[in-house]
Structure formats: structure tokens, C-alpha cells
Design a protein around this ligand. Structure first.
Ligand SMILES: [Zn+2]
Length: 280
């Protein structure tokens, strides 16, 4: 059931995502991009010549000196988005984007969630963990991985889909914010693209376990959860394909797997759309 959904989704994403990368040599008066214009998707684009600043839905987004940018679309993004480039000569270029909706895997249960009893240890440990995660996401680095095609950090059976959600007697629970890959403890995890280490937990977090986060630049970052081991340290520059740690089941996990989450600014992205078809 899950595997069939994955295949359909990958077929759709490769059809939409495998265009030629935008050229930054030829002159252009409009936006160009490659990638997936759908909920959970990411595009790599080239802005019109002379662009000085960019906005997406009215919010400023980063523009590199060579006129490139990325834009991501949250799991719950609306069906329309607007890119505007302000040009050096005072003109502006507006591009409307249609964001395809996704059919998320929703499981409706006729039971209530099992809320754990209030746990004073969790209540004490959690705020500093969240503060570390927020601080990590606020770090800006010179990472250039955002320009690359992303690779899977590990390959194996997909055991949890991004965006899936349980609804308990009509009350939605929070959705799954990454892709789970079921792999044995100790499997090497590699960097999906070039990056800079923005968080390397020195102890297992209550939920994430041994958490490693990489910045890929331009507001795009990866998180790798439940690791048995982290082999890099804060501030390290890593290259695509470089081993960064090993999988495990630390934190809240019912079995060994890698949970890989991707975010662009506040938008939660689907790693399956960004990394494409998995080639073991
Ligand atoms: Zn997960």
C-alpha cells in the first residue's frame, strides 16, 4: 500500500522535476526554474536579469550574487504562489505559480490518542532541546548544497511517508514531518548535498535522539534523527556523499530507522520530492 503510493508519487515527481537546470549564462527577462511545484516541493530557479531582490508571497527570499534562488512549498501550501523580482532599473517582474495539491496519507481512527502521563523529566529537558534546534536553524552559513541535486542519505525500505497523519475521532494529530527509511542500526548515513553542521547533539534528545542538522544554504536545511553515532562536529563543512554518522533508534523510535527531514525557512518539504527516485 505504502510502496504503491511511493511509486506513483516518484513517477509524478520525476516527470515534473527532471527539466534541464536553469542556465545563468543566457540573458533572460523572466523567471526560470527546475523542480517540483507542489505541496512539499522545492524549486531551483534563475531570476530575471537585473534582479536585486526577490519576494515569495510578499516575503523576501534569498537571491545569490549569480541570480539563483530556491523556493520551497510547505506541506499545507496554498494552490497559488507569487514570485516578484525587483530589478535594478526600478521595474519588477511577477511570476504566478500553481502549486499542485497532494493526497496525503490520512489514517482515521475511532480511538483517542494515548497521551502519555505528564512527565516532569520531559517537561524539564524539552525546552533547552527546542532552543538548540531553533538556534541551529537561525545559523546562516556559506553552504552551497542548495545548488546541487540531492541524494538519499541512506537507502532502504521507506517505512514512513512525509505528510502522513492520524486523525483520532475527528481530531487531527500532528503530521509526519520527514521520510523514514528502515535500516539496521549502524548503517552509514551520508550527506545528501554539501552542507555545514549546524547541530550535532552531544547527548540523545528526548524525541529526536542523536540529532544531526546540516545547513545547505539559502534557508534550506536537513535533520537526521535517531542516529546511533554522529561522526562530524558543529561547524564542519561536509560534501555530498560524505559519511556523517550511523543510523539507530535513539530518542522516540519503535525500531531502527533514519528519519530525514528537510526545511526551507518555515516550509516543511518532502524529501522524496527533493531527492527523487531511490537507487539502492
Ligand atoms: Zn519519522
Amino acid at each position: 500500500m505504502i510502496r504503491a503510493a511511493v511509486l506513483v508519487l516518484l513517477a509524478a515527481s520525476s516527470a515534473a522535476g527532471q527539466q534541464a537546470p536553469p542556465s545563468n549564462t543566457a540573458s533572460q527577462s523572466t523567471f526560470r526554474w527546475t523542480g517540483t511545484l507542489s505541496q512539499g516541493g522545492l524549486i531551483l530557479g534563475a531570476a530575471p536579469d537585473g534582479a536585486r531582490t526577490l519576494t515569495l508571497n510578499g516575503k523576501p527570499i534569498a537571491l545569490s550574487p549569480d541570480g539563483r534562488f530556491i523556493a520551497g512549498f510547505d506541506r499545507d501550501a496554498g494552490s497559488q504562489a507569487t514570485l516578484i523580482a525587483a530589478l535594478a532599473d526600478g521595474r519588477s517582474v511577477t511570476q504566478s505559480l500553481s502549486i499542485a495539491p497532494r493526497a496525503w496519507r490520512i489514517e482515521r481512527l475511532n480511538t483517542l490518542p494515548k497521551f502519555p502521563a505528564p512527565d516532569p523529566v520531559f517537561a524539564k529537558l524539552r525546552p533547552p532541546e527546542l532552543a538548540q534546534i531553533v538556534a541551529a536553524r537561525a545559523r546562516n552559513t556559506d553552504a552551497q548544497g542548495w545548488r546541487q541535486s540531492f541524494a538519499w542519505p541512506a537507502t532502504g525500505r521507506i517505512s514512513g511517508l512525509f505528510g502522513s497523519q492520524r486523525v483520532y475521532k475527528g481530531e487531527p494529530g500532528s503530521y509526519h514531518s520527514g521520510t523514514d527509511i528502515a535500516i539496521p542500526t549502524g548503517t552509514i548515513v551520508t550527506a545528501p548535498a554539501d552542507g555545514v553542521v549546524i547541530l550535532a547533539a552531544d547527548h540523545p534528545f528526548t524525541l529526536e535522539g542523536n540529532l544531526l542538522m546540516l545547513d545547505h544554504g539559502m534557508g534550506l536545511n536537513s535533520a537526521f534523527l535517531h542516529l546511533s553515532r554522529i561522526d562530524v562536529k558543529l561547524g564542519d563543512h561536509v560534501t555530498k556523499g560524505q559519511p556523517i554518522g550511523a543510523s539507530g533508534m535513539t530518542g522516540r523510535a519503535t525500531g531502527p530507522h533514519l528519519h530525514w527531514a528537510l526545511r526551507w525557512n518555515d516550509a516543511k518539504l518532502d524529501p522524496m520530492l527533493v531527492a527523487g527516485a531511490m537507487r539502492p
